[in-house]
Design a binder for this molecule. Sequence first.
Ligand code: H2B
Length: 100
Amino acid sequence: MTRYKMEEDALTAVLKQLPGWSIREGKLHKTFKFSSFAQAMGWMMSAAIHAEKMDHHPEWCNIYNRVRVDLVTHDMGNAISSWDVELATKMEALAVAMVK
Ligand code: H2B
């Protein structure tokens, strides 16, 4: 799939569809909070499988039940791209599915 840099207007529109996501230090950011460490790990494993399939990898950090995620496209000079939005959307869907 073609990768393209997200222009500011498009990014503003996308953020409205991604609850809890923001731009932090030039990266698409969210800190997810789960009900337990096990839940956080399960979500990370699902997200990792998807990231690997996309060949697009997150910068992330787990502390107990929290996972801090920062998405950026290294191959595009660290711009936020359509792939970051795609991965964020998938991460969001996986998190929503988990709490059900
Ligand atoms: N992940 C992220 N976040 N940004 C990239 O530019 C990127 C990646 N590039 N995963 C991919 C791998 C690239 O290095 C390989 C060769 O496809």
